[in-house]
Design a protein around this ligand. Structure first.
Ligand code: ZN
Length: 246
């Protein structure tokens, strides 16, 4: 259905663009979008990450997720990969430089790329405008995040207003994981696609800051000790503890 006129620039109200990195959160968001929208496209950003394994997970996950539910294969549209190598020129972080992951003096991990999500959503909204997709979906979360200010709900609500003013559009930014923890994110995946989706996310996504992807643990791939793996392990344990009680 295309809604024309009224300042919405002919946007498809049943269409969504998912910011899809290949990690657990954005993979869950992709399933969330496939469950709700008739047309779902994905966008990824290549900004010279030291560990490309997350980006390499994207294609395999997209190919496999359509097997979870028959209607999802009809809904999943093209993937878009944007070159954001300029981020490596304007920021200096452990994701793009050869440095150890550690906490900075202000408590943020040195993987922090300042304002990254502002850039991601701004570029995504320009792409979504061209593709006539009204809805933008991202896996940002305030519950157990590392303190990234651009993951905050207020930041993204403010950005939505700015984008709509600046583009004369009526886009909606969705962040389905904003107020839930990692255990609840696994539970959301189970609700959306059952054990099949849980297994796919467990074995087919990558979130480790150190790029460790050799051994599959029960909670997925990763080093098991970086801040990202720490969250993932605790989330998996919490999810399974809740399942065993239920
Ligand atoms: Zn790790």
């Amino acid at each position: 259905m295309f809604l024309l006129g009224g300042g919405d620039a002919g946007m498809n109200d049943k269409g969504a663009l998912v910011l899809f990195s290949g990690g657990q959160d954005s993979a869950t968001c992709l399933a969330w979008a496939l469950d709700r929208f008739e047309t779902v496209e994905t966008v990824g950003f290549d900004y010279g990450q030291r560990h490309r394994v997350e980006l390499e997970c994207r294609e395999a996950f997209r190919a496999a997720v359509v097997e979870v539910k028959p209607e999802w294969s009809e809904r999943l549209g093209p993937d878009h990969m944007l070159d954001l190598s300029v981020l490596g020129q304007v920021s200096e972080t452990a994701l793009t430089r050869d440095a150890e992951i550690s906490l900075r003096e202000d408590g943020l991990p040195n993987t922090f790329v300042p304002g990254r999500n502002l850039l991601f959503f701004t570029l995504a909204s320009t792409l979504a405008y061209r593709r006539h997709l009204r809805h933008l979906v991202g896996g940002m979360c305030e519950t157990d995040y590392s303190g990234y200010p651009d993951c905050r709900d207020d930041t993204l609500k403010s950005l939505q207003v700015t984008l709509n003013l600046g583009m004369g559009s009526n886009c909606v930014i969705h962040t389905p994981l904003m107020w839930i923890d990692k255990a609840a994110t696994w539970a959301m995946a189970e609700t959306l696609g059952g054990e099949k989706l849980v297994d796919l996310i467990r074995s087919g996504t990558h979130t480790c800051y150190l790029g460790e992807h050799d051994m599959l643990h029960d909670w997925g791939y990763g080093c098991g000790s970086c801040p990202s793996c720490d969250l993932r392990v605790k989330g998996w344990e919490g999810f399974n503890a809740a399942r065993s009680v239920a």
